[in-house]
Design a protein around this ligand. Sequence first.
Ligand SMILES: C[S@@+](CC[C@H](N)C(=O)[O-])C[C@H]1O[C@@H](n2cnc3c(N)ncnc32)[C@H](O)[C@@H]1O
Length: 289
Amino acid sequence: MGTAIFAPLKVEKMRKQYLSAPLPFQGQKRRFAKEYIKALRQFPDGTTFVDLFGGSGLLSHIAKCQKPKSAVIYNDYDGYRNRLEHIGQTNAILKDLRGIVAEVPRHKPILGKSRELVLECIRKHELEYGYVDYITLSSSVMFSMKYANGFADLKKETLYNNIRTEDYPECLDYLDGLEITSADYKEVFDRYKNVPGVVFLVDPPYLSTDSKTYQMYWTLADYLDVLTVLVGHRFIYFTSNKSSIVELCEWMGKNKDIGNPFGQCQRREFNARLNYNAEYTDIMLYTAA
Ligand SMILES: C[S@@+](CC[C@H](N)C(=O)[O-])C[C@H]1O[C@@H](n2cnc3c(N)ncnc32)[C@H](O)[C@@H]1O
């Protein structure tokens, strides 16, 4: 977390540039940072960048470091800035937790009395300060890639001693210079779609992934809707081969006139359950006689 290099803002002033988000964020584009910087280079400084799915703000932050004269709009849909504002408090909880789990080997489950004390400590902080960054905390006390959204959620899980040994650095400058908003991406798109030369940064949630940290479920239709903001605009778009969206678009490009073959069909469905947490729906579609 928090890898940084220094990028020139002006000749005389250097600014710290992060190549990964300062606090954990699932789906942050840190692996793309260097290639993304190269992609940004083709746009002149002064271009407006709109980060429709801002997440951790990493793409916005890098865009502003690389293009200091540009307006960069960060759509903070998840309230990441709120987490950044509470780094001090998060560090205070982690400090207390380190003391409690001192005897628990690293990466092993926190059991019995230690577990009770960990939960008690988190609860106490929440009652005292009215806020706990459960996502950051999850990466310290839960199994890798597992996240809890609140105390009730955390209480159900096996806890592990993955507690960071160092504090998270305060990063007050990370969002400097960004215009921050928090709204559905369609609304943000409507606000900026007519700005001359605007570049949209488009990194939607993964298809059909029940990402707890984002608190939503994206269907294929949601995913396809995003494509409508790309048409006629400049953009940097991110996806994964899991969504097959690039393959689908290539196919549609070759079969432009197909329309919807199921448009006039009758539809019947059956639900099938594989096991207690996996089910699917079989669908039959048929044309009228
Ligand atoms: C893949 S993440 C973006 C990661 C980001 N580029 C980064 O580097 O941290 C997708 C983000 O879109 C957010 N999101 C989900 N539904 C949204 C919506 N309707 N409008 C805007 N953002 C949305 C999710 O909560 C999540 O933060």
